[in-house]
Each structure stands twice: as structure tokens, then as C-alpha cells.
Design a protein around this ligand. Sequence first.
Ligand code: PMP
Length: 431
Amino acid sequence: MMSADRYAASRAQHVRARRSLAGGVATAFRSGQRPVPISFEFARGAHLTDVDGNEYVDYALAFGPMLLGHSPRAVLDAVEDQLGRALGFGASHLLEAELAEAVCRTVPSAELCAFSSTGSEAVQVALRIARAATGRTRIIKFRGHYHGWLDSVHVAVPGRLQGPGTAGQDAEAAATLKICEWNDLAALEAALDQDVAAIIMEPVAVNGGCFMPQPGYLEAVRALATQRGAVLVFDEVITGYRVALGGAQARLGVTPDLTILGKALGAGFPISAVCGRSDVMEVASTGGAVAHVGTFNANPICASAAVAAVNVLERNESEIYPQLEATCSAVSEALKEEAGEQGLSLTVNSFGAAAHAFVAVEPVTDFDSAAALDPEPYRLFVMEMLAEGVHMIPRGLLYVSTAHTQADVDFTRQAARRAAGRVAQQLSVRA
Ligand code: PMP
């Protein structure tokens, strides 16, 4: 029987977790969920079940990895097969080259690959390669772009557009960063001196608000980087395999020197990659100058999942990507229309199968307009959507998968109507 408190078991679990788990959650981003961080028990396709037995359509997708939905059959089969063989060797195996070949076939910039476990790690590998390949030290990072949680790059991030992203950070570790305005070519030109090893960016700024590069900007950055001898790094941890088989670089037609992949690459398993031009990557090759190490690098379980995922995407590219894009725009439209009719103005920026939603009357086009918004109304909306059986990220990111159906979109539309109605009412009472 459903209890009167829809989240009773999640609340109890959170109370229990707080006694032994710092903050009661395993990653700080999860603490923002209201009314309580939900504990889940089961996931299949586009659907989740929590410990209270509530079911949800999921647009968080584990913060992005589940591009093929939760537990896709082809990935489970590959992993089950590998589980029967070995969990790890700490030595070479067949899947690592197979995966590297699959990445090189699918990602335009990829001629050589190096694998790690998380996006944050792969960013460090890329910066190390860039420094070793150029003999330079400084890195240009853009305000509002996110490249993982490590001290060397966790500066000027979404939510904290100035200075260090967290307490406890070693300021020295980020001392070689130069923070630049994105979409401002003159600012980049001024910052790009002879000591810049790399320019790193999200080619579409999904974390900050799913902002697009201005027409011609990426091409101009590409030309400048080449001219000044800096390595251009696209962090495609979100956009890789999600916005196109070849990522944002394929969609936008600009090829970086190095690319960072994560999330969707492993379809739920922790695996990430740096890939790029062989003359730049060469420093990380055996006998090269750069130490690229890690106990779990290209772990065979994760590699088996990634090979299966990339194969599914490659084989079905022509159906999958138009379908993902159609689902993402259908969900975005449904949210906007239903909320708008209830007097709650939602703005949704979307690109491929990734989107970012805000409660905002005007279009949200850059980091400053996003930062100027009160985040509270959107958080309320997400909480009311949860009550309607739709799970979303409180910060505004929205992800869709190949498992979402028209029925899921229709359900989301109905949910949005009721949720937005309640939020609009609460906001008008407060005003
Ligand atoms: N780069 C980008 C663009 C990301 O979105 C993320 C994670 N959200 C990372 C790097 C870090 O990846 P991870 O959380 O796997 O360390």
C-alpha cells in the first residue's frame, strides 16, 4: 500500500545515510533534489522506480550517460559475456584496441585514443598531453564552462562564475589557467600568447545553459589555435555521442586537436577517453614523454560496455540521431507550452539530445543572463514534476534517450500542466 508520504522510504533512507555518508549523498549535486534526495531501486529504458515504489519518466539519465536508456540489452549482453571471462587483467586485452578503433571510426578528430575512468580524469590527461606536446604551460578556460571537479580546472564554473569553484581548493593548482569570455574572439586573441599550451572548451556550453557558439566563432578559434601553436581541446563529455555520432565537432564542422569523451561512451559504465591528432597524442604513446596511468584504464568490463554502445550507435546512426533530436524538441515544446499556459514562463535551450531549461520570461542566451535568474521557481517546478512522476535535474539540464517514447512525452506533457499550475499558484501567493 502506498504510504501517505509519497517519499517516506526515501526520507528514511536519507536520514540513515546522513549518519555514515558525508552529506547523505554520494555526489554534492544530488543534495539539491527536493523535497528529499530520492533513493532509487530499479531502472529500465526511460523509467525509474524509487524505494517507495513510485515510478518516473527519467530526464536526468544518471547525469547523461544513459543515451540508450537504462540497461540497454546490447550493453547488458556484452557485459554479461565479459563478466564470465574476467573483471580485469592489469594488462592488455582485445577490447581496448577494439574500442579505440571504434572511437577513431566515429569521432572526426580521433586518430589515437587513451582511456581513463571519468571525465575529470580525462581532462587532466588532455591538459598534460597538450603541455608536453607544446612545451608550454598555460591553459585557456572559458568562464561558465565545466571540465570536472579537479582543482586545476574547477574555476569560474556554472553557479560560481568567478574564482574557485569550491572550498578547500589549491589555488596553485589553477595558477596556470587564464579565464576568458567565450564567444569573444578579441578576448581570446589577447589572451593567446606564446605560453598557452591549450584552449579547452565545451563546444556547446551545455552545463552553463546549453549555449551555442556564435556563427563563425569555433572556426575562428580553430584558426587562431593553429596559427599560435596552441592545442584546441573540445570537452565532449556531454556532447560526445549524444548530439551526433561524431559529437558536436561533427555537427558544427570544426575539428579540435584533442577531444574528451565520457558519459555516453560507457552507456552507464565509468569509462572516458582522450583522443585526437596522432602527432599531439604521440607524447602519450608508449615510450613517449607523458605518463598516462591508472589501475582501471580501459577496464574490460567498461570497455565491453563502450564497444557495445558505440556499435549500436554506429549501426543505427541514421535512425537514432533524428529520433533523439525529435524527442528532445518534443519534450522541450511540451514543457514550454504547458507551463506557459499555466502562467509559468519556461525557456528551453536544446541541442541534439541535450537541453537546459529555465524559468525565465526572456530567452536565456549567455552565462550572465542565466546567473541573473532566481533558480528557485525552476527547482519548485522540478519538485512538482517529481510528484507527478517525472524525474529531472534541479539545475535545469535535461537529457533524452533512445528509450523515450511518444507515450513518455505525452505523460510528461500532462505532468507539466499540473506541476506548472501548482508552481504558478505558489509563486503568485508569494508575490
Ligand atoms: N566535462 C564536462 C563537460 C562535464 O559535463 C563533466 C561532468 N558533468 C565532466 C567533464 C566531468 O566528468 P566526470 O563527472 O565523469 O568526472
